[in-house]
Design a protein around this ligand. Structure first.
Ligand code: PLP
Length: 502
């Protein structure tokens, strides 16, 4: 072979080296994943300690290095300085552990590297994404002939649906003329006080402005007050504004509350308003027959956002936007005239979302769906919900804990010293309990024994344990009350005003 036929690129790697480094990395990962439950959930380190340990303060290297030691050392550093959402006692936020087959999925997707913006650039990957979207719809009971695509997460999935509502419901061509139509009418969106912060980002990015969001109050169970929603829509319409979109939440981020979706859906139909459901957390629970009936109301929605990197256990990132009318989604983002269709209709995902080049996010989701099937997911989600209920029972039995809520797989509670039980509600006691639980949470999170987050329920600061974790077992759940109470006792003794002490 003449020397012109082989190019020596610094990044190129021969098959032998690729194989050896890959095997070594897989060995390291297998050991890491196996040992994870025996270590802490997180390491208590400051940002500067992490920077120093990883040696991240140096300049851009001028020359390179041997990839073998580089990979091996980097893996080790990540194992030593990360928070592990794959730990069985990680109950924070709604961040799930990755399915092992999903890890392989991302690896395989990166190696083939299709650009899933255009069918021609990604024949197999585009078709796999289409099937994944249909299967996700089928799993939650949504029409399988809907439009949809995979995006980076719940926020983006909700924002895509928001943009679809904006394009469909404005009484003018909002894509061309902008949000203040020729007539000066304004678009209004309706959400409950418990809606996730994506709505502010959407209202801002979509040009409506956060000031145009109508925050509808919730009832005692933190569900949208539908009578208040009706009054607000009527008032806005009477004032000449355009009621554009109502957001119902299928599993609120704080407590897992499910809005009365069938009622909201009926109201939206009556007034011709787009009905969107944020199911980023709870949407996949609609796969279960035994969940609250309201949850199945997501099948009525014009659009639904779900988050496969939550209850489908796909490695980050992947969210999914579903829009009942496929053409409405296309009409939100495409810049081709609608009559520009090929003989055999091929999907070019660039027309269905804000991205141009797109990665093969579908593979990790599709592989996991095929590995365990709908039944596998129904079992895992039902188990998480049962474990959360068991945690609530264990909290309820503990003399120093107060249970606040239990919904889907979220339990909220707080540390409440037994001698203050009869003083709950007194302002000075409530202030003490807020401060106590704040400090308790900080210590619990830094300690690494278990990881929960927080919520504000009824104005009170509470601890919040969310189980979207297929590694969690009964013993993990039952260990939580005493871990929390032990830290609570210490903090209480430190914070209690001297005069209160016996
Ligand atoms: C998690 C969540 C989001 C945001 O999803 P990301 O994947 O974090 O972008 C939005 N809404 C609800 C109800 C959620 O639980």
């Amino acid at each position: 072979m003449d020397s012109n036929s082989i190019r020596h690129s610094p990044l190129a790697m021969d098959a032998e080296t690729f194989r050896a480094l890959g095997h070594r990395l897989v060995d390291q990962l297998a050991e890491f994943l196996e040992s994870l439950p025996r270590g802490p959930v997180t390491h208590n380190e400051s940002p500067s300690a992490v920077r120093d340990a990883l040696d991240l303060t140096g300049p851009l290297p001028e020359s390179g290095m041997d990839p073998g030691p580089l990979l091996e050392r980097t893996a080790q550093l990540l194992f030593e300085h990360s928070l592990f959402n794959g730990h069985p006692r990680f109950f924070g936020y709604i961040t799930a552990p990755p399915a092992p087959i999903g890890i392989f999925g991302d690896f395989l997707a990166a190696a083939v590297n299709p650009n899933v913006g255009a069918w021609t650039l990604s024949p197999a990957a585009t078709e796999i994404e289409s099937q994944t979207v249909r299967w996700i719809a089928a799993l939650i009971g949504y029409p399988v002939d809907c439009g949809g695509l995979l995006v980076s997460g719940g926020n983006m999935a909700n924002i895509v649906c928001f943009m679809a509502a904006r394009a469909a419901k404005a009484a003018w061509n909002v894509r061309e003329h902008g949000v203040v139509g020729d007539s000066g009418r304004r678009l209004r969106v309706y959400v409950s006080a418990e809606t996730h912060t994506w709505i502010q980002k959407a209202a801002d990015l979509g040009g409506l402005g956060t000031g145009l969001i109508r925050w509808i109050p919730t009832d005692a169970t933190l569900r949208m007050d539908v009578a208040a929603l009706r009054r607000q829509i009527e008032a806005d319409a009477a004032a000449g504004d355009v009621p554009c979109l109502v957001v119902g939440t299928a599993g609120s981020v704080s407590t897992g509350a499910v809005d009365p979706l069938p009622h909201i859906g009926a109201l939206c139909k009556e007034y011709g308003v787009w009905f969107h459901v944020d199911g980023a957390y709870g949407g996949f629970a609609a796969a279960l027959p035994e969940v609250p009936d309201d949850l199945h109301g997501l099948s009525l929605a014009d659009s639904v956002a779900v988050d496969p990197h939550k209850w489908l256990y796909a490695p980050l990132e992947v969210g999914c936007a579903l829009v009942r009318d496929q053409e409405a989604l296309r009409a939100t983002f495409a810049y081709h005239p609608p009559y520009y269709h090929f003989e055999e209709r091929a999907t070019n995902y660039v027309d269905y979302g804000p991205q141009n080049s797109r990665g093969f996010r579908a593979l990790k989701v599709w592989l996991a769906l095929r590995q365990v099937g709908a039944a596998g997911y129904r079992k895992m989600i039902a188990d998480d919900i049962r474990l959360s209920q068991a945690m609530a029972e264990a909290v309820g039995r503990h003399a120093e804990l107060q249970l606040t809520t239990q919904d889907l797989s979220i339990t909220t509670f707080r540390y409440l010293p037994s001698d203050l039980r009869s003083n709950v509600g007194e302002p000075s006691v409530e202030r003490h309990l807020d401060a106590l639980n704040r400090e308790l949470l900080d210590r619990l999170q830094r300690g690494g024994e278990a990881f929960v987050s927080n919520a504000i329920v009824g104005g009170r600061y509470v601890l919040r344990a969310c189980i979207v974790n297929f590694h969690t077992a009964r013993a993990d759940v039952e260990a939580v009350p005493e871990i929390v109470a032990r830290i609570g006792r210490t903090v209480d003794a430190e914070l209690r005003p001297r005069s209160d002490q016996p």
